[in-house]
Design a protein around this ligand. Sequence first.
Ligand SMILES: *Cc1c(COP(=O)(O)O)cnc(C)c1O
Length: 337
Amino acid sequence: MHLSRFPRRFLAHLPTPLERLDRLTKELGGPEIWIKRDDCTGMSTGGNKTRKLEFLMAEAELQGAEMVITQGATQSNHARQTAAFAAKMGMGCHIVLEDRTGSNNANYNNNGNVLLDHLHGATTEKRPSGPDFNAVIEDVANEMRADGKKVYTIPGGGSNPTGALGYVNCAFELLGQVNNSGMQIDHIVHATGSAGTQAGLITGLKAMNAQIPLLGIGVRAPKAKQEENVYNLACKTAEKLGCPGVVLREDVVANTDYVGEGYGIPTESGLEAIRMFAELEAILLDPVYSAKGAAGFIDLIRKGHFKKGERVVFLHTGGSVALFGYDAAFDFSDRWS
Ligand SMILES: *Cc1c(COP(=O)(O)O)cnc(C)c1O
C-alpha cells in the first residue's frame, strides 16, 4: 500500500502523539487506556478532518479549484478545518450549515467553530435540516459554476474514498508507533459520524492484517445504518487503494447506544465524560462527538467489555472548539465562592 501515489497537501502536524492515560485508567479500574491525539493535528486547533483534507484539498488544487464548498451542522468541526485549509491554500470557501438542533442559543450559532469559520474568511449560509445536504451543495456549486467559477465540493465530514485515505494513513501511523515500541494493543475505539474515519481505519487495519478490533461509537444514525455507511465507504476506499474486498461486513462494528436524544444534543453520560477527561487527564472533549464516543468507551469499560490487562486505544477525533458553542450545557455555579 503506497499512499504517496495519491496527491496530498502536507499541512497536518503528524504523527500525532500516542499517550497513556494513567489517572483515567486508575479511576476506571479496567484495561490500560491509551489515547491517540488526533485532536492535535494542527490546523485551526486540529481534529480528525485535517487528515482527510490533506488528500481532498490536494485533489481540489490539482483540479484548479478557486473555491471549495462543503456542508455540516452549525458547530461543524469539518467546516472549520476546511475553512482553515482554504485560507492556507489561498482558495475561497463557502459553507452550507444545516440546522440540525434548532437551537437559538447565541454561542451555539456564532461562537466556537462558527467564529473560526468566519475568522478564516469563509462565507456561511444556514438552511433547515434536510435529508441530503451533499445534494444541496452540488446545487449551490452548479450555480457558481454557471457563473464561471471553478468549484470543488467536499461532502459532509470529508467522507468519501479520497478523504478516507487520511484514516488509512492513520492506521499505518498508529501501527508504526506501537510496532516500533514493542507495544501490543487489543482494541481501538472512536466516535463515528459521517463514516470516513472508521472506513479509512478499518481499510488500513485490514490491509495490514493488524487483527485489532475497531469499534465506532455512533453519534447520529442507528446501528444498521451506521455500519452500512461505514462498510460501503470502506469497500470503495479499498478499491481506490487497489485491495478490493479486504474489508468484510463483520469487520465493521458500531455501537449506537450513546446517541441520546439526537445529533448535537448533549447527553448526561457525555457531559460526565467531558468532566472526567478534563479533570483527570487535562484533555478536552466535545459534546457532539468525542464525548459521546468517550461515554460509550467508559460505559463499556464499567460493564467489563474490555478486560483488565488489555490495552485499549481511544482515538481522540478533536472538536473541543465546539465547547464554546455549548457552554449552556454546563452548570458550574458551585465552582464560585
Ligand atoms: C467529524 C467528527 C467525528 C466523526 O468522524 P467521521 O469521519 O465523520 O465519522 C468524530 N469526532 C469529531 C470531533 C468530529 O468532528
